[in-house]
Design a protein around this ligand. Structure first.
Ligand code: F6P
Length: 515
């Protein structure tokens, strides 16, 4: 059976509405209504969400909200916050919001989180008094992307002289590059792996352990800690039980930076700032939970995703932070969004008959303007965009900062307005315009505002999944590749290659001939 949102009456109303307004360009909509910005923007605690440069009217928003209601997203949201087992394929609750709801005495996860934070705090205090100068987080996916992004984004909040490094890739080149700058005596490894079975993380940890053994005076137990839900495997690896920080089933890897998975973040920015990050995310959780749909930032964003993908036929979505502090945001969001909603079946296992997750990509502005923006402006495929800016820079070079932000705003205007043949005088210089973008503008980048920003994207992903009746919290699609890699490893190492397709054996043979 195929499952489709298309059958819903609110969706059919939207399809009809699209036909009615399709002939109106964004440029016209702005010319006709000077109040467009105030109608289509929301401010929340120093964060501005401007969605006026989408091809919508007030009527479109009302009709999208009818879809939100018909899909019962409200009920799903309540279930998530109540800890119900909405991750049905894994029979688990989804509780990352509880990690930042520290006043909630009734939440088991919140109570465990309070204890974990205490443990992190005393670990950091001890670390600061020790001779450790460098901390290396070994982990991949959710055990890497969030912590690395936040550490880099908030580097101006560094609270100690401890350097934090990240090793994720099974390519030994990466760990070699990190280790060649370090001294075993002064190095602490954090093995971050919810499952403690991830090939990349275990392989790198074994390499790290051998490197440490080069100094015979050092004891593994003084240089390794773990963050994991699998205490047994971590102790088998040789990590002392008291050096293991917890993870819980209800926290998905890509939603885990708020937990002890964020240990490297806490090391980098200190406990107080880490708590601020949680507080900011909690403020956004409350906004998401309490605010009516027409003022609710994550809800509006997800509804616009549906509008752009399903009716305007956008094929991808670009994340465009105009601030070097947010360089790693696109990589982080790729996992969050595509691992959550890159699915082909709904909750009941029926095939989806519509697009699920957008293909997400991006890079920091202004660099991206000189690489793929050509396609955003003149390509035949439409790409919706999120521009993300920060009003207050991390430095006092306002001359450069103003150039940066003028570029960001100028790009949103160019995508919206375009340039007609009359204005351009040459077909090659015509810009169709009429291309959708959102702008998220933060007054400043603090741990608190970053927490809010990331929670917006988490909830937007949740709402998008709920609208499509997807389970956003499993990731079965990564398993097959892992299994095949293990099978082929044996063939690469030992056997002659038989029983594989000709491309697979050709690739393995080429490897063998060259080694
Ligand atoms: O790629 C699949 C995945 O399970 C991600 O969801 C997860 O973030 C990553 O691997 C790492 O998993 P772990 O923390 O268990 O090592």
């Amino acid at each position: 059976m195929s499952s489709t949102i298309k059958k819903l009456s609110s969706y059919q109303v939207l399809a009809k509405h699209f036909d009615d307004i399709n002939s109106h360009t964004l440029r016209e909509l702005f010319t006709q209504d000077e109040g467009r910005f105030s109608k289509f923007s929301v401010q929340f605690e120093g964060l501005l969400f401007d969605y006026s440069k989408n091809r919508i009217t007030k009527d479109t928003v009302a009709k999208l909200i009818a879809l939100f209601n018909e899909c019962d997203v409200d009920a799903w949201r309540e279930k998530m916050f109540a800890g119900e087992k909405i991750n049905s394929t894994e029979n688990r609750g989804v509780q990352h919001t509880a990690l930042r709801d520290l006043e909630n005495k009734n939440s088991e996860i919140a109570n465990k989180q309070i204890d974990a934070l205490k443990k992190i705090e005393s670990f950091i205090a001890k670390l600061k008094k020790s001779n450790i100068t460098d901390v290396v987080n070994i982990g991949i996916g959710g055990s890497h992307l969030g912590p690395q992004f936040v550490c880099d984004a908030l580097r101006e909040y560094s609270s100690s002289n401890l350097n934090v490094h990240f090793v994720a890739n099974v390519d030994a080149e990466e760990i070699n590059r990190v280790l060649e700058t370090l001294n075993p005596k002064n190095t602490m490894f954090i093995v971050t792996s919810k499952s403690f079975t991830t090939q990349e993380t275990l392989t790198n940890s074994i390499t790290a352990r051998s490197w440490l053994a080069l100094d015979i005076n050092l004891k593994n137990q003084d240089h390794f800690v773990a963050v994991t839900a699998n205490v047994k495997k971590a102790t088998e690896f040789g990590i002392a039980e008291e050096n293991i920080f917890p993870m819980w089933d209800e926290i998905g890897g890509r939603y885990s930076l708020w937990s002890a998975v964020g240990l490297s973040i806490a090391v980098k920015i200190g406990m107080e700032n880490f708590r601020e990050l949680l507080k900011g995310a909690h403020a956004m959780d409350q906004h998401f939970f309490d605010t009516p749909a027409d003022e609710n930032i994550p809800v509006l964003m997800a509804l616009l995703d549906i509008w752009n993908q399903h009716f305007l036929n956008t094929t991808a979505h670009a994340i465009l932070p105009y601030d070097v502090r947010l360089t790693y945001l696109p990589a982080y969001l790729q996992q969050l969004v595509m691992e959550s909603n890159g699915k082909s079946v709904d909750r009941q296992g029926n095939k989806l008959a519509v697009a699920s997750s957008a293909i997400l990509f991006g890079d920091v502005g202004t660099n991206a303007q000189h690489s793929f923006f050509q396609l955003l402006h003149q390509g035949t495929q439409l790409v919706s965009c999120d521009f993300i800016g920060i009003a207050k820079p991390s430095h006092d070079n306002y001359a450069q900062h103003e150039i940066l932000l003028a570029n960001m705003i100028g790009q949103t205007q160019a995508l919206m307005m375009g340039q007609s043949l009359e204005e351009a005088g040459d077909e090659h210089k015509v810009f169709s315009g009429n291309r959708a973008s959102n702008t998220i503008f933060l007054s400043q980048l603090t741990p608190y505002s970053l927490g809010m920003l990331l929670a917006i994207y988490e909830h937007r992903t949740f709402v998008h999944g709920a609208l499509l009746n997807i389970n956003s919290f499993d990731q079965m699609g990564v398993e097959l590749g892992k299994r095949l890699a293990n099978k082929l490893l044996d063939k690469i190492r030992n056997e002659s290659v038989t029983g594989e397709d000709s491309s697979t054996s050709g690739l393995i043979d080429f490897y063998k001939q060259n080694n």
